[in-house]
Design a protein around this ligand. Structure first.
Ligand code: 0L1
Ligand code: MG
Length: 268
């Protein structure tokens, strides 16, 4: 796709849009989707904006502690009206301890998603990475819950706007039991999400691109478009197994993962 390699925005516009999207994240206010004002922008522009946000955070001393895939289920792509998955990065301050509190006021309109995370023991470098490569390179898998918080008003966006907004990344919780992939039936693993003690979502691993490892392979191949790879030790969230569920101040959640324990947290 030529749009992955071409810019229509200038470096100054990319920097300005990175500041625009990042300020909305840091100060928790809504913006309209940026393609409304820049309809000509390409996928390359969108990823350049995301990578500029990442550079700005690193410049301020933050560490990038992982990557996430988003929109990896066909149901979610259809629901959000987009045509392919996307990726984003995870900064150190996105991480919330297991059982911890998430400050609702720091976010705009958060939703939670039940996910899994892969941790690599070998580098994955695309193009051409497939599920077999991912399984061979995986050290262990573990449960993860993502808190997404699109900066766009009413979660109304298109794929380019989402990519520029770091794929709605905001917080994540991980923990539970780490497991060797040989001990987990990744396609069939069941998850049950409860909010305030009520079951609100259930799902199975295959909801993510047919197999959770396919999501990691896709990430490695997408990053190869920029000459980037996933080094050994990378922490990668694969995208939602369940639909995203809106959460309010005071809500407590528990996500049960078949054979891998539970993750919980509270919005305060
Ligand atoms: O799947 C996800 O992690 C969400 C990606 C961005 C789209 C959204 O905010 O729903
Ligand atoms: Mg997600």
């Amino acid at each position: 796709m030529a749009e992955v390699y071409e810019n229509k925005l200038t470096p100054a516009q990319i920097e300005e849009l990175a500041i625009h999207c990042e300020n909305a994240e840091l100060e928790a206010y809504e913006i309209t989707k940026i393609t409304d004002d820049y309809p000509e922008m390409t996928y390359k522009d969108a990823f350049d904006i995301q990578w500029e946000i990442r550079r700005r955070k690193e410049e301020r001393g933050h560490k990038i502690v992982g990557m996430k895939m988003g929109l990896t289920s066909w149901a979610k792509m259809a629901q959000m009206g987009v045509e392919q998955p996307c990726y984003g990065f995870l900064a150190d301050y996105f991480s919330v301890p297991e059982g911890g509190e998430i400050k609702h006021d720091e976010l705009i309109h958060p939703k939670i998603e039940a996910e899994l995370a892969f941790v690599l023991k070998h580098e994955l470098k695309g193009p051409g990475v497939h599920i077999g490569d991912v399984l061979r390179a995986t050290d262990f898998v573990m449960p993860a819950v993502e808190v997404i918080d699109s900066r766009y008003k009413d979660f109304k966006f298109d794929l380019k706007s989402v990519i520029a907004d770091n794929s709605s990344s905001s917080r994540f919780v991980t923990g539970g039991r780490m497991a060797d992939i040989a001990d987990v039936d990744l396609k069939n693993i069941g998850v049950v999400m409860e909010i305030n003690g009520e079951v609100v979502q259930t799902g199975a691993g295959a909801a993510v691109l047919g197999h959770p490892a396919a999501s990691v392979a896709m990430l490695a191949n997408m990053m190869a478009d920029r000459g980037e790879s996933l080094p050994a030790g990378s922490f990668i969230m694969i995208g939602a197994i369940t639909a995203a569920v809106q959460v309010n101040k005071g809500d407590a959640f528990t996500v049960r993962y078949q054979g891998l324990g539970t993750l919980s947290g509270k919005f305060v």
